[in-house]
Design a protein around this ligand. Structure first.
Ligand code: S3P
Length: 170
């Protein structure tokens, strides 16, 4: 069984922020599936969506999951919001879900300092109504796949990290 920590959850819930803080705190490597795809394709996620469509992007996520299964261990891996759909997710490591209500996530994104950029780089967040529908569609699937669920609403980063460790190691 792999010792990776696989961080899943909806767009904007704070996976990247949590993963970077975790990596810094424990001196482990964090890899992010969107970053891996962008560096492999030499293109931003948004451009990949615009140029080739969502289906192609999903196939890149599957390639990425296959590479992680083959080659990555002992790492902290933050995933794009739709990465949970890859067929081998459970083989990649312990799956941790960061969870919060849609309203909290929307508020977090729209009040962030660089809010415009955060919303702009996420093609599936361009229409809030559609994003909310997507959130509802995914909520159950996320929970079903997760080994642990961490509620992040109104928690600072230190408590989120402490909650992850508690679930993982106790
Ligand atoms: C997506 C989430 C994004 C990115 C792409 C699709 C999704 O990642 O992979 O825009 O389907 O939820 P973040 O969750 O980091 O925003």
């Amino acid at each position: 069984m792999k010792k990776n920590i696989i961080l899943i959850g909806f767009m904007g819930v704070g996976k990247g922020t949590t993963a970077r803080a975790y990596a810094k705190m424990y001196g482990v490597f964090n890899i992010d599936t969107d970053d891996l795809i962008e560096s492999k394709e030499n293109q931003k996620v948004k451009e990949i969506f615009n140029e080739y469509g969502e289906k192609y992007f999903r196939s890149l996520e599957q390639d990425c999951a296959d590479w992680i299964e083959e080659s990555v261990d002992d790492s902290f891996i933050s995933c794009g919001g739709g990465f949970y759909k890859v067929e081998n997710l459970k083989k990649l490591g312990k799956v941790v879900l960061l969870d919060a209500s849609y309203e909290w996530i929307y508020n977090r994104l729209s009040t962030a300092e660089n809010s415009k950029a955060k919303l702009k780089k996420r093609p599936l967040f361009s229409e809030p109504k559609k994003a909310k529908k997507l959130y509802k569609e995914r909520a159950k699937a996320y929970k079903k796949l997760a080994d642990f669920v961490i509620n992040v609403e109104d928690k600072d980063i230190e408590s989120i990290i402490a909650d992850i460790n508690k679930k993982l190691y106790i």
